[in-house]
Design a protein around this ligand. Structure first.
Ligand code: T4K
Length: 397
């Protein structure tokens, strides 16, 4: 059969599917669930009246206090975004040389903040059930240059925090969690973000909880918080004192006001997502070659993402083909996190980036696909996506 005939038959099949399943408009992987404009406008009026826009204004101070209360932690420092927060976390712990052990299965920010702090990332393979750093593989990567471990709670699913902490304690290492996805997650009835020396949260527009752009560090002591508050404000302690080389990482008043309104919506948002996740799980669990992640024991989840694995041999189609076909049908999925950070040109020459050292991460990155998930997503759309995943391998050759 010639290539053009093959293409034609594919298009005919796609036309057929398009008629049956194409969604009227694109459904994206994430969509911010926003407060009412009227409510936000009331906050904006106060900001306009006060003419106080940033630098620890009243909204920032109130949001910081209310956020700590909501999370159930003592000390929070707000930031303009999660990446700068993580950058400052390393500075706050004076980790600015040597090596840090981290995961390749993450957003670029995790590895990049190490590079920006003059630290060499050492990539460690992940666990095949949770997709988080595999604690069994950490110790063999520790060298005299190792300063810290930087794990990521991927999709909000907790890392093996006990195992990681005991390795860190044995070797005198810091633990900084990239907890970008973990807003509100609890482990054994306690906030997940209280583990490690410092945890970073991201409040980007695509996140479960958003301040447009934004982020926070959760820290253990008042002293640590004070240092971080100085560092995110150029190192300025007062009008005549600069404690060190800080940066501008402050959250502004418009972000903080938005965050206050998000706090009122977050419980409903998580509950809505939980219902949709159940619908996805019911619709996908029996499909050969599709793996869904279940809730973990002793965890209060936040349903930040809905990842699946697509095994090409048993599903009958690769993840990439599925991604493309879904896109044609207006279902915009994302390959979080493909490609692995270890494959970026800036890191691929590192010894730890060798694919042979990272077999689980390689396989997961090739098979993972995040399906649309947000509180206002219609259940009927989730059912259509499940039906599509069920039918596509038999309808498309
Ligand atoms: N560590 C980890 C583990 C992270 O996942 C992230 C960020 C960070 C650190 C860094 O934190 P921040 O410095 O960002 O606070 C998105 C986000 O930009 C990024 O924040 C997030 N992780 C990552 C997982 O997802 P992209 O490149 O996929 O974004 P984008 O623009 O393609 O958006 C995805 C979909 O969301 C769009 O197709 C439509 C929808 N969308 C997007 C935006 C920006 C909206 O509906 N409204 C919007 O305003 O990275």
């Amino acid at each position: 059969m010639s290539a053009s005939v093959r293409d034609h038959s594919r298009v005919t099949l796609a036309d057929d599917l398009i008629k049956q399943y194409r969604l009227p408009e694109a459904v994206t992987v994430a969509r911010p669930t926003m407060p009412s404009l009227a409510d936000y406008y009331k906050h904006l009026e106060r900001i306009w009246e006060s003419r106080w826009l940033t630098n620890a204004g009243q909204f920032e101070r109130e949001f910081e206090r209310r956020l700590a209360e909501y999370l159930g932690v003592e000390h929070v420092s707000l930031f303009c975004n999660g990446t700068i927060a993580l950058l400052v976390a390393l500075q706050a712990l004076r980790i600015n040389s040597g090596e840090v052990i981290t995961t390749p299965f993450t957003f670029p920010a995790t590895a990049h903040v190490l590079h920006w702090n003059n630290i060499r990332p050492v990539f460690c393979d992940i666990d095949e059930k949770t997709f988080n750093l595999d604690p069994h593989r950490i110790e063999q990567l520790i060298s005299p240059n190792t300063k810290a471990i930087l794990p990521v709670h991927v999709y909000g699913n907790p890392c093996d925090v006990e195992a990681i902490q005991s390795i860190a304690d044995r070797h005198g290492l810091h633990v900084i969690y990239d907890a970008a996805h973990t807003f509100g997650v609890q482990l054994n009835g306690r906030p997940l973000v209280e583990h490690g020396d410092i945890s970073m949260l991201s409040f980007h527009a695509t996140k479960l909880f958003s301040t447009l752009e934004g982020g926070a560090l959760v820290v253990k002591t008042e002293v640590q918080k004070t240092r971080i508050d100085f560092l995110k404000n150029f190192g300025i302690a007062d009008e005549e004192t600069v404690i060190g080389p800080g940066i501008n990482g402050k959250m502004n008043e418009l972000q903080a006001a938005y965050g206050l309104l998000q706090l009122e919506m977050i419980d409903d948002e998580i509950a809505n997502r939980a219902r949709l996740v159940n619908t996805y799980r019911d619709g996908l669990r029996e499909i050969p070659g599709i793996t869904v992640l279940d809730d973990m024991p002793d965890v209060k989840h936040n349903y930040a993402y809905f990842p699946i694995l697509v095994n090409p041999a048993s599903y009958g189609m690769t993840r990439d083909k599925l991604y493309t076909l879904l896109k044609e049908l207006n279902v915009m999925t994302r390959k979080y996190f493909y490609p692995l950070c270890s494959t970026y040109p800036c890191y691929s020459a590192l010894p730890s980036a060798d694919a042979g050292n990272l077999p689980v991460a390689q396989r997961v990155a090739e098979q993972v696909l995040c399906l649309p998930l947000y509180g206002t997503l219609e259940k009927s759309v989730v059912r259509t996506i499940c039906a599509l995943l069920n039918e596509l391998p038999t309808r498309v050759m």
